[in-house]
Design a protein around this ligand. Structure first.
Ligand code: HEM
Length: 373
């Protein structure tokens, strides 16, 4: 499928299978009041509908700048594009008269013990997750948005992500590798199970969403983390140690001591952590106990690579993205449990933010309409 639906109960780009290219871009809103903010949301809705569905660009008088960058010629094609719009806590600070409508767990990102958050790459008013088959389509969409909103918002930070196109998940059979060389995405929330999604991913009538404002139903908390990987150091680490850090075999992706990628890690039969240590990434991330079921999150990350760091090392890592119906039960609890994990020696989170992905919209509606009304 090359065209993703623009309309629906939920925005596209959350349970949508991941295409190869992504940009996460975070803006600060320049609009001064609620009317201006509404104009921004209406403009975003119009542009996103056009860009994701495609169509002919009108000819214009050459005395004026072109309507569009031209990267895709004069006929825009969908190319699997999704553009997911989410709001940061700062949007609810009073500027737009929305203070009482903030999703209850939305907040600025506070550093965890291993974090070195850079203010210029952290938080912000509004994020757009742009995903498509190619970097060019993502860039085309980003430039279209910037060109159409100069008086309404300004860019704060941005990160480009990629996945190996030759391994893009086919019929659920293949799992992509991250830049540490491990399969990433083996264990994740099943995006085809609606009951599970309403419990764990979408704000809904489920008890996990108790206390959320009515407008938020159909939305989801989005977490973005920019996590640098110390790849030179990692590449000099013995294979055995790499595997113990994750709790999985590097080549097959199988849990340690098991033959197949999708075998159950079976922590219950390993209470002393002899097979999979207690501080292994997968054991901390998902202990698989009845009480930790409510902590499951939907991960949708990308690799990133940005040339060299100031000290001459490869600047690459994980553009971590996850979604959940309850930020406290989801990412905040999972990351809290992973504080001090042995992987920390090899990773450095330096930015990101918490956002609330708006519910979807029907034809004739605009994104965030329930919030503005
Ligand atoms: C699983 C890598 C950061 C949550 C995994 C797996 C790998 C991996 C290789 C095993 C394969 C799989 O089940 O998908 C990484 C790397 C990270 C990172 C390289 C940082 C650079 C995080 C963060 C979180 C997280 C920040 C959330 C706070 C999870 C979860 C699982 C997982 C929930 C699935 C565990 C399971 O159900 O067995 N990660 N991860 N990871 N990771 Fe991470």
């Amino acid at each position: 499928q090359t065209k993703q639906d623009a309309y629906g109960t939920h925005q596209a780009g959350i349970i949508t299978p991941q295409p190869a290219a992504a940009i996460i871009v975070v803006f600060d809103v320049l609009a001064k009041d609620k009317k201006g903010f509404e104009k921004l949301l209406r403009t975003l809705t119009d542009r996103i509908t056009f860009l994701t569905q495609g169509g002919q660009l009108p000819q214009i008088d050459p005395k004026f700048p072109p309507l569009n960058s031209g990267i895709m010629g004069d006929k825009v094609f969908p190319d699997n594009l999704t553009m997911t719009v989410s709001l940061g806590a700062s949007v609810f600070d009073g500027r737009f008269g929305l203070t009482d409508l903030k999703p209850q767990y939305l907040q600025d990102m506070q550093p965890f013990p291993n974090d070195a958050l850079e203010p210029e790459s952290t938080d912000g008013d509004l994020s757009i997750q742009i995903c498509s088959n190619t970097a060019e389509t993502c860039i085309h969409a980003l430039r279209d948005i910037i060109k159409n909103t100069p008086d309404l918002m300004t860019m704060r930070w941005q990160m480009n992500g990629f996945l190996p196109p030759h391994m893009i998940r086919k019929l659920g059979k293949d799992t992509m590798r991250n830049l540490l060389g491990f399969k990433d995405g083996t264990s994740n929330v099943d995006a085809k199970n609606d009951a599970l999604l309403n419990e764990l991913i979408w704000v809904s009538d489920h008890a996990n969403s108790a206390g959320e404002p009515a407008w938020a139903k159909g939305g989801s908390y989005q977490v973005v983390r920019l996590i640098r990987n110390r790849v030179e150091f990692w590449d000099r680490t013995p294979l055995q140690e790499q595997e113990t850090i994750f709790g999985r075999h590097k080549l097959s992706g199988a849990p340690l001591g098991k033959p197949n990628e999708h075998d159950d890690p079976d922590f219950a039969s390993d209470p002393d952590g002899k097979r999979i240590p207690h501080d292994a990434h997968i054991r901390l991330a998902n202990p698989r106990t009845p009480e930790t079921r409510k902590n499951l999150i939907l991960r949708r990350g990308y690799n990133y690579s940005q040339g060299l760091s100031k000290s001459g090392q490869l600047n690459m890592g994980l553009l971590f993205v996850c979604y959940q119906s309850n930020l406290l039960n989801g990412f905040l609890t999972v990351q809290g449990r992973m504080n001090g994990e042995s992987l920390e020696e090899y990773i450095k989170p330096f930015g990101g933010g918490y956002f609330f992905s708006l519910p979807g919209f029907a034809k004739g509606e605009y994104l965030g309409q329930g919030l503005i009304q």
